[in-house]
Write a protein that binds this ligand. Structure first.
Ligand SMILES: NC(=O)c1ccc[n+]([C@@H]2O[C@H](COP(=O)([O-])OP(=O)(O)OC[C@H]3O[C@@H](n4cnc5c(N)ncnc54)[C@H](OP(=O)(O)O)[C@@H]3O)[C@@H](O)[C@H]2O)c1
Length: 332
């Protein structure tokens, strides 16, 4: 699918982008992979690892529509991964987060439509479902923009979809590296925000593979949600430091006890497939008949979920055991 194609990754120097590039290079022979991001140092460092002939490095800001217009010339596929994603930073700098995550999304859409890009997938997060913090709210706006963008394509074969998933194992600023740091500093107990707290848990490779697959599945307008396990925060602490006790510090601003990926209020729009869910668009696009989202372009068949169904990290049927957490995070 990506052989001899031109692929642009906004935020290509981030954790997701680098893994996506590695996977593309391992499995396909793309014509060009364009990395689009702001910081020249991150790009320089990435070039030391990925300097294949197909690699192109564009300095640019998703807030800058003209630069995106230029970068998207001749592009077949876009993965929109650029974002400001730290919850506290978004609370303190709301307009900065809005400019990158919302206006940036709008610019990516405009550049994709103007350049007749074939397929675009934007990355989203569980924090966008029933958001309670600004980061989540901006990602919900971004999701809505990408879904509605399918209405602006007219007759051209440009389609937009969203992939939403939860915490990435050991990503920058995540809890396991934090616990490990405390242990290394000689902590005598580990801080837990709330004993009931649960989170979805996905590896970077699983996230990358899910995005790759959804380029073949999408009709346009879907929010794809993978079925992934949950973890209990207390089990994460036990996996990092089995002998240390925990102490409760209380929930932090903008944090939830459980995360939601498919909200109850969207249950009438949600289809369950073998290994994922699809939240279909609430709006109809400019077509005579509504797309049938119960079957995807790979011919996989889904079924509507029960009314009131919610896919959330506390009622998830699959939880990782402490041993599985250790194995998944190389803690053995
Ligand atoms: N990590 C997780 O746990 C997680 C979970 C669910 C969803 N997601 C979503 O997955 C996506 C990728 O996350 P990640 O973990 O790879 O993030 P990351 O490691 O923080 O990387 C973010 C990337 O975006 C770029 N960027 C930031 N602002 C930009 C701007 N204004 N214009 C252009 N590029 C910009 C950054 O490079 P520069 O700073 O050089 O511009 C960097 O390349 C995000 O959309 C995030 O919301 C992440």
């Amino acid at each position: 699918m990506f052989d001899n194609k031109v692929i642009l990754i906004t935020g290509g120097t981030g954790s997701f982008g680098k893994k996506y590039v590695k996977t593309l290079l391992d499995r396909y022979s793309p014509k060009k992979i364009i990395i689009f991001s702001r910081d020249e140092l991150k790009q320089y460092e990435m070039q030391q690892v990925y300097n294949q002939r197909c690699m192109r490095y564009f300095i640019g800001d998703v807030r800058d529509r003209d630069r995106l217009m230029q970068a998207c010339k001749g592009v077949d596929y876009i993965i929109h991964a650029a974002a400001l994603k730290q919850v506290p930073a978004a609370e303190y700098n709301p307009m900065e987060c809005i400019k990158t995550n919302v206006n940036g999304a709008e610019n990516v859409i405009a550049a994709a439509v103007a350049n007749k890009v074939h397929r675009i997938i934007a990355l989203s997060t569980d924090k966008a479902a029933n958001p309670i913090n600004l980061y989540g709210a901006t990602k919900l706006c971004s999701d809505k923009l990408f879904v509605a963008a399918n209405n602006t394509v007219g007759e051209q074969d440009t389609r937009f979809a969203v992939v939403r998933y939860g915490n990435v194992v050991c990503s920058r600023g995540s809890v396991i590296p934090f616990f490990q740091k405390l242990v290394a500093e000689g902590a005598t107990s580990l801080p837990i925000t709330d004993e009931r707290m649960t989170r979805f848990w996905i590896t970077l490779q699983q996230g990358v593979d899910f995005v790759l697959k959804n380029f073949s599945r999408m009709s346009g307008g879907e929010i794809f949600v993978p079925k992934i396990p949950s973890v209990r925060i207390v089990d994460l602490a036990a996996a990092v430091a089995p002998k240390l006790p925990v102490h409760t510090i209380g929930i932090r601003p903008g944090e939830k006890v459980k995360e939601v990926m498919c909200p109850e209020d969207d249950s009438h729009l949600t289809f369950e497939f073998d290994d994922h869910f699809v939240i279909s668009p609430a709006i109809h696009f400019n077509k005579e008949t509504r797309e049938d989202y119960s079957q995807n372009k790979l011919g996989e068949q889904g079924k509507p979920v029960a009314s009131g169904f919610s896919y959330n990290s506390s009622e998830n049927p699959v939880f990782l055991s402490i041993d599985e957490i250790k194995r998944m995070n190389n803690l053995e």
